[in-house]
Ligand binder design. Structure first.
Ligand SMILES: C[S@@+](CC[C@H](N)C(=O)[O-])C[C@H]1O[C@@H](n2cnc3c(N)ncnc32)[C@H](O)[C@@H]1O
Length: 333
């Protein structure tokens, strides 16, 4: 199954509809001349809007760890703003935000956007192994320069580590059973393809060949989410980047995060909850329970796509946008 010939997605077929673009634009309140970071460039849809808002005197710093998306976005942005010279492209993981931005001589930023997770070309190209709608290799890397693939995780990781990721990153209630069966099966046959793994999980969860899953969500969905998060170390990268973004923002600067599953959203919510009610210093502790807020929420509740947006772009359906404004410097550590 793993050897099936695959046709790569052509550049002409690369499409991604930017999610909640108008809301991001409205809530970031960018001004001409500001420095804005797009931490997840994708195909550049949000970036072009950000660039338009900061104008010729502003700067856009764009991170993208997928080489193909970066190349395509560069082409589109060049086309969109022919004479722009104020865009810095960084072909790296946003977890190196501070290091990579200071390397280009910039210390502080005015706004940053994270539009997390996958872009449509990742799902549409079965060669990337993110989806099991069509067969493809068990890959799932955003950054193909990284050595760790889903195939390595599934075939080589210890059973208890698989249980842990299926449970923690997939919130999969059959984590133990699926991990046990995978580890037993792989002794005889390696897992190499997405459909092979998805079908195996379906049989494992449904209790036998020929019995099929009847619910809306395929039983492999959560395991695929878990593998993707593990392969790309997504949650740790997000926590690391939030720390650095909070530090690098100017006072009055804003951060917008669009997340697509509850694990990401929880990290964002918890991170800013602590900065809205930071721990007290020794002096403050005599009078109060917490220090002055460092960030204030611009969105009390997350913004979600309208029915109309979901109808036009099904992939936006799980999106949640949260925006916060920095109101005070972080205490020196
Ligand atoms: C949802 S898409 C962004 C789409 C983009 N906002 C647009 O309008 O076209 C997320 C993108 O972020 C990239 N990405 C995900 N995690 C990343 C990380 N830790 N560092 C850098 N890029 C990342 C993915 O490769 C993907 O292209």
């Amino acid at each position: 199954m793993g050897g099936t010939l695959k046709i790569p997605l052509s550049e002409a077929n690369m499409e991604h509809v930017s999610v909640l673009k108008n809301d991001v634009e409205k809530l970031l309140e960018l001004k001409k001349g500001e420095i804005v970071v797009d931490a997840t460039l994708g195909l550049g849809g949000h970036a072009m809007m950000l660039l338009k808002n900061v104008g010729k005197t502003g700067k856009l710093i764009a991170f993208e760890q997928d080489e193909r998306n970066l190349k395509e976005a560069k082409k589109r942005i060049k086309e969109f703003a022919k004479e722009v010279k104020n865009v810095f492209y960084i072909s790296d993981n946003f977890r190196y935000l501070k290091k990579r931005i200071t390397e280009i001589g910039i210390e502080k930023i005015d706004a940053i956007l994270f539009d997390l997770g996958l872009s449509s070309p990742h799902i549409d190209d079965s060669n990337r192994g993110f989806s099991f709608l069509n067969d493809g290799p068990l890959d799932m890397r955003f950054d193909e320069r990284n050595p760790l693939t889903a195939e390595i995780v599934v075939n080589e990781w210890k059973e208890e580590d698989l249980v842990k990721i299926f449970y923690e990153y997939g919130e999969e209630k059959y984590a133990r059973k699926i991990a046990r069966e995978i580890c037993s099966h792989r002794k005889a046959e390696k897992f190499t393809s997405t459909l092979q793994l998805a079908n195996f999980i379906e049989v494992t969860v449904c209790g036998g060949i020929g019995k099929r899953w009847k619910e809306k969500i395929h039983p492999a969905t959560r395991v695929f989410q878990a593998l993707r998060i593990a392969v790309n170390d997504e949650l740790k990268a997000l926590s690391d980047a939030l720390d650095q973004a909070a530090e690098m923002l100017n006072i009055g600067g804003r951060i917008a995060v669009i997340s697509y599953h509850s694990l990401e959203d929880r990290i964002v919510k918890q991170f800013f909850k602590e900065l809205q009610q930071p721990q007290v210093t020794m002096e403050e502790s005599i009078y109060r329970n917490h220090g002055d807020p460092i960030f204030e929420p611009i969105t009390r509740k997350p913004i979600v796509p309208t029915d109309e947006e979901i109808e036009q772009n099904r992939r936006s359906r799980s999106a949640k946008l949260r925006v916060y404004k920095k109101v005070r410097e972080l205490p020196q550590s």
